[in-house]
Write a new protein. Structure first.
Length: 329
């Protein structure tokens, strides 16, 4: 049964149009968002954060007076753990919910063994235990596969529209909410931390984390998002941004700069360390140009991103080298 609404907790922010950003608490405040879309008493979660976020998601429902069986859908944008690590645990608490997941990611939700092992290789055992915990499998009967162009009805008349958006990951879709003219973009539209907002707006950078970064595909996906003339973007990292064309131009320009760095140092000894250093220089200069005070000191907030982005760029370079060798055979 629904309960009477209560004051919203500090970690749940109403964004208008029935959309709420829930700070999952992952890593630091205002770093990782899950979204709750509420319409005529029915609701959907888009991204969930990792397992430790689930109590916050359930608390948001309680504060809004929503019963757990009012949640029709749990929708990971993709299955990386900061977006979907808590999806199985959350599904266990939501008896009426269906998980809607990209077909390339569904098997990792039904049997998360390989997902856990792959993440373990990137993050290490200590970080996996601290931030993610045990991944919970989802019953296959409760999983629905998305497809490009699919419409999903929330309640009687709110449509969520799905498109396939490779570039960050092959198992990534984005969700268009016509009611707010906004895209839920996971990592396709990059990251923008609110600490770096200035009078010039949002500072943007792409997330090139292992293992499927593909610059031409990402550019095409971003252009496809822009073709809908969105009024806002709902980022997982972090929350709603406006002035979308300007943000997209900054995002793509930063991607080009990062790709140029990677190509310039593709044969460097100790390449990962070189890429980390060069990304740090790039980000620091870009932040300063954007008007962020003490930009070099603010790099501490980007330490994890720099490490993971350097890893992903290195894997992309290795994939390019392999393709070039195969082409010359």
């Amino acid at each position: 049964m629904p309960t009477a609404p209560r004051p919203l907790p500090d970690f749940c922010e109403p964004l208008g149009g029935g959309v709420f950003a829930i700070d999952t608490g992952f890593q630091r405040p205002r770093f990782d968002a899950a979204y709750l879309v509420v319409h005529n008493g029915r609701a959907a979660f888009i991204d969930t954060g990792p397992n430790p976020a689930v109590p916050r998601l359930l608390a948001a429902l309680e504060a809004l007076g929503l019963a757990r069986d009012a949640i029709d859908f749990v929708i990971p944008t993709h299955v990386h753990l900061d977006h979907a690590g808590g999806a199985g645990l959350l599904m266990r608490e939501l008896p009426a919910a269906t998980m809607v997941v990209h077909p390339r990611g569904a098997r990792h939700m039904i049997d998360p063994t390989a997902l856990y092992e792959g993440s373990l290789a990137v993050y290490g055992e200590a970080e996996m235990a601290r931030s993610y915990g045990k991944l919970i499998a989802v019953d296959q009967a409760r999983v629905r596969l998305s497809h490009d162009g699919m419409d999903l009805r929330l309640g009687s008349d709110r449509v969520l529209h799905f498109i396939d958006t490779p570039g960050h990951a092959l198992h990534h879709h984005c969700i268009w909410d016509a009611a707010t003219r906004g895209w839920f973009t996971g990592d396709t539209f990059g990251s923008s931390y609110r600490e770096f907002d200035t009078a010039r707006g949002a500072w943007m950078f792409p997330t090139t984390v292992p293992t499927q970064f593909d610059p031409p595909a990402l550019r095409a996906s971003v252009q496809r998002l822009l073709s809908f003339a969105p009024e806002c973007i709902y980022l997982t990292h972090y929350s709603r941004i406006d002035e979308v064309p300007r943000a997209a131009a900054r995002l793509l320009a930063m991607m080009d700069a990062m790709v140029a760095i990677a190509e310039r140092h593709r044969a460097a000894p100790k390449r990962h360390a070189v890429l980390e250093r060069e990304l740090s220089v790039l980000y620091s200069a870009s932040l300063a140009e954007h008007g962020v005070e003490h930009a070099s000191e603010q790099l501490a907030l980007l330490a994890m991103d720099i490490d993971l982005n350097a890893q992903g760029l290195g894997i992309w370079l290795d994939r390019l080298a392999k393709q070039e060798r195969q082409a010359t055979r």
